[in-house]
Design a binder for this molecule. Structure first.
Ligand SMILES: [Zn+2]
Length: 330
């Protein structure tokens, strides 16, 4: 079982009327098609083991849906923050990105990279394989291996499906869910209309009382559709995504670090350079540390964890580098 800790007041996982309406609609469709009706419980169908991390995740939102919604954030970021076209940055990042994507078995997918022309020491990834580096981060990381360490970390957020998990956790309790996935407001509105039509359609006269019930259900359904639009927009809006970029949990950050080292190794980079990078970052710390620190865990701790992980994977010999398992605490 996967656990998902919805707050107490968020327990209206699905508005019951809407759920009934959607289910009824599907039942009608299925019966018409001579099929079997199966209505999955959202909680169960949203639960899956991530093959990269080995962790169970509660996911209500798919990659393509997230990607579609993140497109606006990405376009806005590129419109608002100046990007550099200097190939010493852009070509370098693209080449490193391609190698790391290959190391993560995602080389055949489309990736989009941007280098923002600011001194900020930060990088982020948005759903849909969109990786943003600030020039300051590339200057600081300096070597290809260390840039690859940051790239690996960002790709780790992608393969770890961290954005989907985060959004699902934060919004799961408020979204209308059908067939185990959150559905966009426009889709839901279409379903509301179709459902009302199906209840009325083909009948010459519908008694007033029945009509009132259909109308009420329709109104409720439309209210939910609007709510879905609002929540999803708010969750994936500019402020939420850029800058702090989905404040990931410590667990997600650690997973990304280890996955990043794994992809570095698979891509032929030296994973120990990731350890060096975080040591360098720790040395920079001080009172006004790099921005990257504010959203990520203690760099010394990260360096240590990475060191232990890499050593352990090396000890495993030919069995190594297949998981993000850490050595047992001694
Ligand atoms: Zn991160």
């Amino acid at each position: 079982m996967c656990t998902h800790d919805f707050a107490q007041n968020d327990t209206q996982v699905v508005d019951q009327d809407t759920k009934d309406m959607l289910n009824r609609r599907r039942m009608i469709q299925a019966l018409a098609a001579g099929g079997v009706v199966s209505v999955a419980s959202p909680a169960l169908s949203g639960c899956a083991t991530n093959p990269e991390t080995g962790s169970k995740q509660f996911l209500l939102i798919g990659d393509s849906q997230l990607s579609e919604m993140a497109a606006t954030s990405w376009a806005e970021a590129k419109a608002k923050i100046p990007t550099t076209t200097d190939p010493r940055y852009t070509t370098r990042l693209k080449n490193i990105g391609a190698r790391i994507a290959q190391g993560a078995n995602k080389g055949s997918e489309t990736w989009d990279y941007a280098v923002f022309d600011q001194d900020t020491k930060n990088a982020f990834v948005l759903p849909g394989n969109r990786v943003g580096f600030y020039r300051g981060m590339m200057d600081f990381a300096n070597t290809d291996d260390q840039i690859a360490a940051i790239m690996g970390h960002e790709v780790g957020h992608v393969t770890g499906k961290h954005a989907a998990e985060r959004v699902s956790q934060q919004l799961g309790g408020q979204l209308v869910v059908a067939g185990g996935s959150a559905i966009a407001g426009s889709q839901l509105a279409k379903k509301c209309r179709k459902n009302a039509e199906a209840q009325i359609g083909g009948r010459g006269q519908v008694p007033n009382r029945e009509l009132a019930v259909i109308q009420r259900n329709y109104d409720r359904c439309m209210t939910s559709a609007q709510r879905n639009t609002q929540y999803l927009n708010a969750a994936l809006g500019m402020g939420f995504m850029i800058g702090v970029v989905l404040p990931y949990s410590r667990k997600h950050e650690t997973q990304s670090d280890l996955l990043g080292a794994k992809y570095m190794y698979k891509a032929g980079y030296n994973p120990y350079e990731a350890v060096k990078l975080w040591e360098k970052m720790a040395a920079e710390g001080g009172s006004r540390g790099p921005e990257f620190l504010s959203t990520h865990p203690d760099p010394m701790r990260r360096a240590e964890d990475l060191h232990n992980y890499i050593k352990y994977q090396e000890q495993l010999g030919s069995q190594g580098w297949e998981s993000i398992d850490m050595p047992e605490e001694s």
